[in-house]
Design a protein around this ligand. Structure first.
Ligand code: T3D
Length: 263
């Protein structure tokens, strides 16, 4: 499926979704939000898809809210608080609970909500020329799209405060060093690296990936006791499932496992 502001293609059980407003660094208009939602709907409906890559066309990943679109919007539903409620918050929640792993392949600048949407993905790989910018303070705003939640957890409170309040860019290598992202790679290696990770996900046990994601997310607030109990119940859902049986059989037969992506 492809629309003007979002492109979508399926390659070997991986859906590559490309934000496609390169002239405006793929900043979000309402149309882009709608197109992205449709692309995610299509990826979710296609049960052959076992991983999603989110990336941007041209030299940017995403510059957050299109400030011209925001300024020209006149309907009440386009008020800032409603844009968050209507578009950004559902998008971040959706990425955090998407039924297959999502990889952000950050090809260039990721600013404002664009940075925080990348950071909401399961694994973030960035081109070395990319940078992450909590641009909000520059326009008299606070971070949104989950930034105030995600950033301190990734980089710690001191760096989160400075990044949010000073709105200074962080290059991809520093972002990797600080634990904000998984990896910074040479620009030419970005899509091959993202595809390699996505292919790994496409051949892995999707239910196990989802249990891992949920357990790690809950560990942010759980006590050790709560987490041990969560692991017990999560493992209980996986043990004896099709993928677990296949994984054990493959190990014993000394062959590669062929996971079907079901419990
Ligand atoms: O409003 C609400 O609903 C609340 C929600 C807010 C969510 C948010 O994301 S708020 C934050 C919005 N984003 C920003 O403030 C970032 C603005 N952009 C920049 O600061 C810079 O463009 C970058 C640092 C990202 C990149 O700089 P640079 O020098 O590499 O590129 P550039 O020349 O500034 O941008 C290239 C073009 O993209 C340019 O268009 P032109 O002049 O060639 O026609 C520029 O205007 C356009 N562009 C970049 N970002 C945006 C944008 N146009 C509209 N909105 C943007 N956010």
């Amino acid at each position: 499926m492809s629309t003007s502001t979002v492109l979508s293609e399926v390659r070997a059980n991986v859906c590559i979704i490309t934000l496609n407003r390169p002239d405006k660094l793929n900043s979000f208009t309402e149309a882009l939000h709608r197109d992205l939602r449709a692309a995610l709907d299509a990826a979710e409906a296609n049960k052959a898809i076992r991983a999603v890559i989110l990336t941007g066309a041209g030299r940017g990943f995403c510059a957050g809210q299109d400030l011209l679109d925001a300024a020209s919007a006149s309907t009440p539903s386009a008020a800032p608080q409603d844009r968050l409620g209507l578009y950004y918050n559902p998008l971040v929640r959706r990425l955090a609970a998407f039924p297959v792993p999502v990889i952000a392949a950050v090809n260039g600048v990721a600013a404002g909500a664009g940075a925080n949407i990348a950071l909401a993905c399961d694994v973030v790989v960035a081109a070395k020329s990319a940078k992450f910018l909590q641009a909000f303070a520059k326009i008299g705003l606070m971070p949104d799209a989950g930034g105030t939640w995600t950033l301190p957890r990734l980089v710690g409170p001191a760096r989160a405060r400075a990044l949010a309040m000073l709105a200074e860019p962080v290059d991809a290598a520093t972002a990797e060093q600080w634990g904000m992202i998984y990896k910074a790679v040479d620009d030419a290696e970005l899509m091959p690296a993202a595809m390699a990770i996505a292919s790994k996900f496409a051949q892995s046990s999707t239910p196990a990936m989802l249990e891992i994601r949920a357990a790690l997310a809950q560990s942010e607030t759980n006590t050790l006791d709560q987490q041990l109990e969560l692991e017990r119940t999560g493992q209980g859902r996986l043990i004896g499932g099709a993928d677990n049986l296949e994984g054990v059989a493959a190990f014993l037969e000394k062959r590669a496992a062929k996971f079907c992506g079901r419990t």
